[in-house]
Design a protein around this ligand. Structure first.
Ligand code: ATP
Ligand code: MG
Length: 329
């Protein structure tokens, strides 16, 4: 894999550069401890949250923010500048060309793709396949980067990765070495892992972040009825952090989600009484939402549920030894 070669052209400024703008190392380290490793990351953090970082006074935060804006132009850009920034966006192949076509080329970087569907509908298998394609050369539908995988359900299987790697003629050991895996046990832990990953991403090029599943721990940790609004608030914060990671590091984000029976369900005109959990907060955060369902045998059907630029259409794929594959007739 050509993961190491890209390092010289990291698309962001590390907070260490603030030293050249009069910020001392001790304060820079405070930012890093809080998980803020890039200048853009600091700009994306509210003043209120910056002041809450231990050891940073009002005055210091002002000075840091001033230095950041000098270093990073986070204000208006022209349409052409945006266009050239968008040119960095790449798409990761899912392993099935029918599915890739449905997605307009694959899973997009700098954006969040969410897949929801019943158990065994293929959510995790798509994630495992992306773990491999994310590392392939861009000419082969890859992202030439490492993968961060947050697993809340304990369903990540290294031997599946090895099988999928073999299908793509990649070295299984190398592919596994380039996946940074963590099991999350609580919502707070999930948050911490995102902070750690953001720090890692300043060190090495990544192309993909997976959270499988985004909602599972929220449903356990905030299970009471009275806790719903707090849950949605924390979820909103987490998704905002994930979106910032996607934009800052130009990575694709793939989230899986669970479904619940529609509480108002049973209405006969509803074709499938399933809907994703996470409410409006998740609906707004996900750029592309995919609904997966089982078809015949190993076949699975993916439907675009919500996207700013893709038509509502369907594609059929299949799960096999090599991960997500073309559906056979
Ligand atoms: P859950 O909600 O339980 O997490 P999921 O949507 O993540 O479900 P997956 O784990 O992605 O479901 O899909 C499981 C399905 O993948 C199995 O039912 C099986 O059909 C298929 N599968 C897994 N491994 C293989 C394999 N080696 N060869 C063929 N099919 C496989
Ligand atoms: Mg799963």
């Amino acid at each position: 894999m050509q993961v190491e070669e890209q390092q010289s052209s990291l698309p962001y400024n590390e907070v260490d550069k603030l030293q050249n703008y009069g910020i001392n190392v001790a304060d820079i380290n405070k930012l890093k401890t809080a998980g803020l490793c890039t200048v853009l990351g600091v700009i994306m953090t509210t003043r209120k949250d910056l002041i809450n970082i231990k050891g940073l006074s009002d005055a210091k935060v002002d000075k840091i923010l001033e230095a950041c804006t000098k270093l990073e132009s986070a204000h208006f850009m022209t349409g052409n500048e945006l266009q050239s920034k968008r040119q960095m966006v790449f798409r990761l192949s899912t392993g099935s060309s029918a599915l890739d076509t449905l997605l307009g080329g694959g899973i997009e970087s700098m954006s969040i793709t969410e897949a929801f569907g019943e158990f065994r509908s293929g959510k995790t298998q798509i994630g495992l396949t992306l773990c491999v394609t994310a590392q392939l050369p861009k000419t082969q539908g890859g992202g030439e980067g490492k993968v961060a995988y947050i697993d809340t359900e304990g369903t990540f299987r290294p031997d599946r990765i090895a099988q999928i790697a073999t299908r793509f003629q990649a070295n299984p050991e190398e592919v596994l070495e380039n996946i940074l895996y963590a099991r999350a046990y609580t919502v707070e832990h999930q948050f911490q892992l995102l902070t750690l990953i953001a720090a890692k991403m300043t060190e090495e090029p990544f192309s993909l972040l997976i959270v499988d599943s985004i909602m599972a721990l929220f449903r356990v940790d905030y299970s009471g009825r009275g806790e719903l609004s707090e849950r949605q608030q924390v979820l909103g914060k987490m998704l905002s952090r994930i979106m910032k990671i996607a934009e800052q590091f130009n990575v694709a984000v793939y989230l899986t989600n669970q479904v619940m029976a529609d509480p108002g369900g049973g209405a006969s005109f509803v074709p499938d009484p399933k809907k994703p959990v996470g409410g409006h907060v998740l609906a707004h955060a996900s750029t592309t939402r995919l609904y997966l369902r089982k078809g015949r045998g190993e076949q699975r059907v993916c439907k675009i549920f919500d996207s700013p630029c893709l038509p509502e259409a369907e594609a059929t794929f299949q799960i096999g030894l090599g991960g997500v594959e073309e559906a056979s007739e």
